[in-house]
Design a protein around this ligand. Structure first.
Ligand code: GDP
Ligand code: MN
Length: 361
């Protein structure tokens, strides 16, 4: 007699024999990695993991971006690792370097101060270029012009489980514009005046924001009274919750919209990408929370993922077997059940209310 667990294996074998059918179902999308040449090993690890868990069936294109030209070794190895086509883009310096409206002396002294305070990446110039690029310029790169969706991948990440669906297809069919797996609190020291800038934007552009349908409640605490969870001290009305953007699946048309461009332009003028150290994660998250309807944001609950130092692992034993997960939901690194996860707030604020089950497509 067969062991009952054999059925999982048979399902998987069936999937393999259907390889070609999946490729014809591809969406207009690319996997996207901003990466440095010296990160080649971590890039290959991430690619191997995502290819195994998802992409070898679909063979989506990979798009690589860099502020300096990719070297031959990088191109050769990543092309060999990819199941789909690969494209390599050089970011123009105008989309990368510190803009001239940042005062050099003020910049240097702030950098020094943040470094001395021990703020993570507080003294790094290139990190600031990267965060501003990911906030306002990645979607303007010509290599991305022909795609509607992107899936951000970073070096040295892991996908713990087989994908039970094509997340791009879910995005299109359910009209989602932004997808995430992990949400947590930002270090307030990196964004002291970000929320002030956001409040100005809200006051300047009231027509762009619909508080009846957006996720304002998720990123502010007014509506969370009575919710039992540790209070993270915030000096502003922003509760510091953000989607962890190293994993991110998005609709490029949102970032290309005049609403988002306006939002970015407003923040950029406030200089916080350089005089503070605003990350692209809180910037994307606040934009998404203000400008999108809440039902346009999706939490991909069943996609296991790890980026140092946190991961997310499906809680259900049956899902972990069905999707061949290699993770332990009780591990110290699993943020879902930890106090510094914002997921409970996401649910409490109504996130996932419109979630539809889609175990088989
Ligand atoms: P962390 O995840 O916040 O610790 O930051 P990372 O070092 O992982 O950087 C985030 C992403 O930007 C990763 O995909 C990096 O490869 C990429 N990145 C960071 N700095 C640079 C840079 O100066 N040049 C390029 N080309 N990529 C960068
Ligand atoms: Mn990273």
């Amino acid at each position: 007699p067969k062991l009952s667990t054999n059925s999982y294996l048979e399902d998987h074998e069936k999937d393999l024999s259907r390889d070609y059918a999946y490729q014809s179902k591809r969406e207009n999308a690319t996997l996207l990695m901003l990466v440095r040449n010296w990160e080649i090993e971590g890039a290959l690890k991430s690619m191997r993991s995502l290819e195994d868990r998802f992409n070898r069936k679909y063979q989506y294109d990979w798009t690589f971006l860099n502020d300096v030209p990719f070297d031959d070794d990088f191109i050769e190895a990543t092309s060999a690792m990819a199941s789909g086509k690969t494209f390599y883009g050089l970011v123009p310096t105008s989309d990368w370097d510190k803009p001239s409206f940042i005062d050099e002396e003020e910049f240097e002294s702030n950098l020094q101060l943040m470094h001395e305070k021990g703020i993570i990446y507080g003294g790094s110039k290139s990190y600031r270029n990267m965060c501003r690029f990911n906030s306002g310029f990645f979607f303007r790169q010509t290599l991305l012009d022909r795609y509607q969706y992107y899936f951000r991948v970073e070096p040295d990440v892991q996908y713990y489980c087989d994908f039970p669906y094509d997340p791009f297809e879910i995005m299109r069919k359910q009209r989602k514009k932004y997808g995430f797996v992990i949400s947590m609190y930002e270090y307030e020291d990196t964004i002291p005046t970000l929320w002030d800038a956001v409040e100005e934007f809200i006051a300047d552009q009231p027509d762009m924001i619909d508080f009846d349908t957006n996720s304002y409640d998720f990123i502010t605490d007014d509506s969370m009274i009575g919710l039992e969870m540790p209070i993270i001290q915030s000096n502003s009305n922003y509760n510091l919750c953000h989607f962890w953007s190293n994993f991110e699946i998005g609709d490029l048309s949102f970032f290309r919209s005049k609403e988002y461009l306006n939002f970015f332009e407003h923040l950029d003028q406030r200089k916080g990408f350089y005089l503070e150290r605003w990350g692209d994660a809180p910037v994307h998250s606040i934009a998404v929370a203000l400008l999108l309807r809440q039902d346009e944001i999706i939490h991909f609950d069943e996609l296991g993922y790890y980026h140092i130092p946190f991961g997310t692992c499906p809680a259900a034993h049956s899902i972990r077997l069905r999707q061949r997960c290699m993770c332990d939901p009780n591990a110290e690194s699993n943020i879902d059940v930890k106090a510094h996860s914002c997921l409970a707030r996401w649910w409490k604020s109504g996130g996932g209310k419109y979630f539809m089950k889609h175990t088989s497509i």
